[in-house]
Design a protein around this ligand. Structure first.
Ligand SMILES: [Zn+2]
Length: 179
């Protein structure tokens, strides 16, 4: 089982996704029991709404996937605004893929994702490779809140200015600081 090799590929595919401000960039690869790549996909690769796992499953066509592993850089979605009846979780279950490997749990930015829980409940083996999470996040940095340094004051203004709290302007602000 060459999980590292395939997850590296899934993460690299995520980087091909056209950027969106409303959806993640994800890569997915489906690998057969014989270790052969059956299909791959990435976010928005064939149409503006398609998800990576969905795209890979479409490309897999009618192949028997009952021995396959699906690698995805992100947890498969369980709620989907654009195509409510075609979540990646439901598509994976319909394809009877028995094993799913992910790098990164979907953060609750757009929806709360229950993909891993639903897959596990349905008997799918779900493996996480957190060592790839940072790479999987990288393609989505524009969607993620900046990582605040430890001990940053709470209640910082929403929409903090670019550049963050460090690097305050050299020129003193007009309102002079309180003594
Ligand atoms: Zn999806």
């Amino acid at each position: 089982m060459d999980d590292d090799r395939w997850m590296s590929r899934a993460v690299a595919l995520a980087g091909r996704s056209p950027r969106s401000s409303t959806a993640f960039a994800v890569g997915a690869v489906i690998v057969g029991a014989d270790g052969r790549e059956i299909a791959c996909g990435w976010s928005r690769d064939t149409d503006p709404l398609v998800h990576a796992e969905e795209s890979a499953l479409l490309r897999a066509g009618g192949e028997d996937l009952t021995g396959a592993t699906l690698y995805s850089s992100l947890e498969p979605c369980s709620k989907r605004a654009s195509r409510p009846d075609a979540t990646c979780t439901s598509l994976i279950l319909a394809a009877r893929i028995p094993r799913v490997v992910i790098a990164w749990h979907e953060p609750d930015i757009f929806v709360t994702c229950e993909g891993v829980a639903l897959l596990t409940a349905a008997g799918v083996e779900v493996v996480e490779m957190p060592e790839y999470a940072q790479s999987a996040r990288a393609a989505n940095a524009h969607l993620l809140p900046p990582i605040m340094p430890e001990g940053a004051p709470e209640g910082s203004p929403e929409g903090a200015p670019e550049g963050g709290p460090e690097g305050s302007p050299k020129g003193a602000p007009e309102g002079s600081p309180k003594p």
